[in-house]
Write a protein that binds this ligand. Structure first.
Ligand code: PLP
Length: 381
């Protein structure tokens, strides 16, 4: 028997409590019972994003949530600055183009995060910009963006809205929507929220809500104005993915029980332990400032990725993510986003060690596991 273990940055493992909750009989979404659940979910989403503003639940994946902000807040011809430092940032440049808006791309090398200078230069050259889109954790490269600092820079130097793709950051990284002056932030269900794919969550500031009044972009289903009106009654304009909403209700209760600060800290500790482990195995990290959600690592020299991944999966039951685009076959990405604990990190390192040994790589057997154990023993929450 080989037990399957998922270490991908979305979908992420679903806790047993959440799976049992989603297996409950269907209830109708326009009923007092369901409204009681959505009322609690909406309140707990505010806690997750650290906001008193509404957080809308949409039935779509994360991309739909970001597209919804673009079509609902802005208008054709508007200038939208977007950081492109990987697969996802690239998408935030393509969507505005599709709708006849003017995207201004801040191109950042893969594995790096945008600097203050990058943002300031783009704002200076485009003073009419309506928004700056940042990717908090660029999952394709693992690079983390200092959203707190860049949000301050954007606020101090422009009228542009601060819009954040928090799809693999919410739950993994400190995020204080109100305090940091964020205007729109999106996450997806299959990430730090630990439920299957199918829901997006969108937090909106007062400035963002006000801007919706003048938006002339074409839209129907992804109209956040309609979602906002329904949200006032803890309702949704369309039939929601009701079973997923039961799941997120339980997942949010788990986050509340642990406490959001502890959830952030746990992710930070998992990331540091994995990094200590892979370095002790002689593997090299890819990103300069890796996010706490995912650790991308170079495939060791002389090792063929397909063979390595095949052994990891077929002999040890471990699924990790590979590299994308020009880094396909060159890096692997180990997730520690969502439902993971210390022993999970020891398991992934043990599986990596066995796979490296099977591939004939020379390293100190047990060194990766020992480095992570040492980290955990000396760094408590
Ligand atoms: C940072 C980031 N942004 C956007 C997306 C796209 O989200 P989805 O696949 O849920 O549409 C992902 C998915 O992996 C992501 O990691």
């Amino acid at each position: 028997m080989i037990k399957q273990r998922l270490f991908t940055p979305g979908p992420t493992p679903v806790p047993e409590r959440v799976m049992l909750r989603m297996a409950q009989p269907m209830i109708h979404h326009r009923s007092p019972e369901f409204n009681e659940i959505t009322t609690r979910v909406n309140e707990n989403l505010r806690y997750l994003f650290q906001t008193r503003q509404p957080v809308l639940t949409l039935t779509c994946s994360g991309t739909g949530g970001v597209e919804a902000t673009m079509v609902s807040l802005f208008s054709p011809g508007d200038t939208i600055i977007a950081v492109n430092g990987g697969k996802f940032g690239e998408r935030w440049v393509k969507i505005p183009k599709t709708y006849g808006m003017k995207p201004v791309e801040i191109k950042v090398q893969w594995g790096k995060a945008p600097s203050e200078r990058d943002i300031l230069d783009a704002l200076k050259s485009n003073p009419e910009a309506k928004a700056v889109y940042l990717t908090h954790s660029e999952t394709s490269t693992g690079a983390a963006t200092d959203v707190k600092n860049l949000a301050r820079i954007i606020r101090e130097n422009s009228e542009a809205l601060v819009c954040v793709d928090g799809i693999t950051a919410v739950g993994a990284h400190e995020l204080r929507f109100d305090e940091w002056g964020i205007d729109a932030c999106v996450t997806g269900s299959q990430k730090g929220l630990m439920i299957p794919p199918g829901l997006a969550f969108v937090a909106l500031s007062k400035r963002a809500i006000a801007l919706m009044e003048s938006s002339t972009n074409p839209r129907f289903y992804f109209d956040l104005k309609k979602a906002l009106v329904a949200h006032e009654k803890n309702d949704t304009p369309w039939t929601p993915a009701a079973s997923l909403i039961l799941g997120v209700d339980t997942a949010l209760q788990m986050i509340r029980e642990e406490g959001i600060e502890h959830v952030w800290k746990r992710h930070e500790r998992m990331a540091h332990a994995v990094r200590a482990g892979v370095k002790a195995l002689g593997m090299k990290l890819f990103a300069d400032e890796p996010s706490f959600a995912v650790t991308p690592v170079w495939v060791p020299d002389g090792v063929e990725w397909k063979r390595f991944n095949g052994i990891l999966k077929n002999s040890y039951g471990v699924t990790v993510a590979g590299g994308q685009d020009e880094f396909a076959g060159k890096i692997l990405r180990i997730s520690h986003l969502g439902y993971y604990d210390e022993i999970d990190m020891i398991s992934i390192l043990a599986a990596l060690e066995r796979t490296l040994a099977d591939c004939g790589v020379a390293f100190g057997h047990g060194n990766g596991v020992a480095a992570a154990q040492q980290y955990f023993l000396t760094n408590h929450d």
